[in-house]
Write a protein that binds this ligand. Sequence first.
Ligand code: NI
Length: 174
Amino acid sequence: MAVRDIITVPDPHLKRVSRPVEAVDDALRALMDDMVETMYEANGIGLAAIQVGVDKRVIVMDLSDKRDKPCYFVNPVVTPLTEECKLHREGCLSIPDVYDDVERPERVEVAYLDYNGKVRKDIAEDLFAVCIQHEMDHLEGIVFIDHLSRLKRDRAVKKVQKLVRLRRASTATV
Ligand code: NI
């Protein structure tokens, strides 16, 4: 397993629509293992493959308190089960230090293949519903700030660019 680099906005990869996975094999499991390690290292609760530069429809997530229950979603399909929406404050590993409210359906069904390629179906509510919809957006080339006003979006991208420059400068001198 290896920690991979997480790309940040405005990297054009984040606008790409990810491609369906053809087979859940050892190579894909190696990618998923790396993604989980990368997500834990970055203190995130979810990560889409495109955030490590791989345009495959793969998501990993861990919503457990002890961070010991990784979940894997291959070729996920999300269907809203209610028209009722809920506001939730979101953040994203590709948009560090930016948080804002996004409205999404509060209950969805998610169908997917798991780590072993088995077909599964879950009902997602609360944080699970928020997180899976946020990650699904990544597979469509959408990031959460795309749901905000243009002003907020531009401000967020500038903030991230500045942060990335500062990080680069600090690692260059150490
Ligand atoms: Ni994200």
